[in-house]
Design a protein around this ligand. Structure first.
Ligand SMILES: [Zn+2]
Length: 78
Protein backbone atom coordinates (compact mmCIF):
# COMPACT_ATOMS: atom_id res chain seq x y z
CA UNK A 1 0.00 0.00 0.00
CA UNK A 2 1.32 3.41 -0.97
CA UNK A 3 1.56 5.82 1.94
CA UNK A 4 3.45 8.64 0.24
CA UNK A 5 1.34 10.68 -2.20
CA UNK A 6 2.72 10.90 -5.72
CA UNK A 7 4.21 14.11 -7.07
CA UNK A 8 0.97 15.07 -8.82
CA UNK A 9 -1.55 13.71 -6.29
CA UNK A 10 -4.33 16.15 -5.38
CA UNK A 11 -4.34 18.47 -3.63
CA UNK A 12 -1.16 19.96 -5.00
CA UNK A 13 0.77 22.20 -2.65
CA UNK A 14 3.31 23.57 -5.11
CA UNK A 15 3.07 24.70 -8.70
CA UNK A 16 4.47 21.94 -10.88
CA UNK A 17 5.91 24.45 -13.36
CA UNK A 18 7.00 27.12 -10.92
CA UNK A 19 8.00 25.23 -7.76
CA UNK A 20 6.26 27.96 -5.76
CA UNK A 21 3.67 27.40 -3.08
CA UNK A 22 0.26 27.56 -4.70
CA UNK A 23 -0.97 29.96 -2.04
CA UNK A 24 1.59 32.48 -3.27
CA UNK A 25 0.89 31.83 -6.92
CA UNK A 26 -1.72 33.67 -8.95
CA UNK A 27 -4.68 31.42 -9.86
CA UNK A 28 -4.15 31.79 -13.60
CA UNK A 29 -0.65 30.36 -13.23
CA UNK A 30 -2.06 27.06 -11.98
CA UNK A 31 -1.78 24.56 -14.80
CA UNK A 32 -4.73 22.53 -15.96
CA UNK A 33 -4.63 18.76 -16.12
CA UNK A 34 -4.90 18.99 -19.88
CA UNK A 35 -1.78 21.08 -20.04
CA UNK A 36 0.03 18.62 -17.82
CA UNK A 37 -0.42 15.91 -20.40
CA UNK A 38 1.38 17.98 -23.00
CA UNK A 39 4.13 19.58 -20.99
CA UNK A 40 6.16 17.72 -18.37
CA UNK A 41 5.88 19.06 -14.83
CA UNK A 42 9.20 20.39 -13.56
CA UNK A 43 8.59 20.47 -9.83
CA UNK A 44 6.98 18.10 -7.37
CA UNK A 45 3.46 19.22 -6.46
CA UNK A 46 3.92 17.92 -2.91
CA UNK A 47 7.25 19.43 -1.85
CA UNK A 48 8.34 21.80 -4.61
CA UNK A 49 11.57 19.95 -5.27
CA UNK A 50 12.87 20.05 -8.79
CA UNK A 51 12.08 16.71 -10.41
CA UNK A 52 14.18 14.67 -12.79
CA UNK A 53 12.22 14.78 -16.04
CA UNK A 54 12.73 12.46 -18.97
CA UNK A 55 10.91 12.93 -22.24
CA UNK A 56 10.10 9.63 -23.88
CA UNK A 57 8.55 8.97 -27.34
CA UNK A 58 5.01 8.64 -25.98
CA UNK A 59 5.15 11.27 -23.25
CA UNK A 60 7.33 11.89 -20.22
CA UNK A 61 8.29 10.65 -16.79
CA UNK A 62 9.10 12.86 -13.83
CA UNK A 63 10.66 11.77 -10.57
CA UNK A 64 10.86 13.37 -7.14
CA UNK A 65 13.48 11.96 -4.78
CA UNK A 66 10.93 11.89 -1.97
CA UNK A 67 7.60 11.27 -3.67
CA UNK A 68 8.51 8.86 -6.42
CA UNK A 69 7.79 9.04 -10.11
CA UNK A 70 4.81 9.83 -12.28
CA UNK A 71 4.40 9.56 -16.02
CA UNK A 72 2.10 11.00 -18.61
CA UNK A 73 0.43 7.65 -19.28
CA UNK A 74 -0.62 7.55 -15.63
CA UNK A 75 -2.35 10.92 -15.96
CA UNK A 76 -4.28 9.80 -19.02
CA UNK A 77 -5.83 6.95 -17.06
CA UNK A 78 -7.60 9.38 -14.72
ZN1 LIG B 1 8.23 15.60 -3.72
Amino acid sequence: MITVPGPLAQPLRYGVYTGRELELQSPDAVPTAARMGLEPPRYCGQCGRRMVVQVVPDGWTARCSRHGSVDSAELEQR
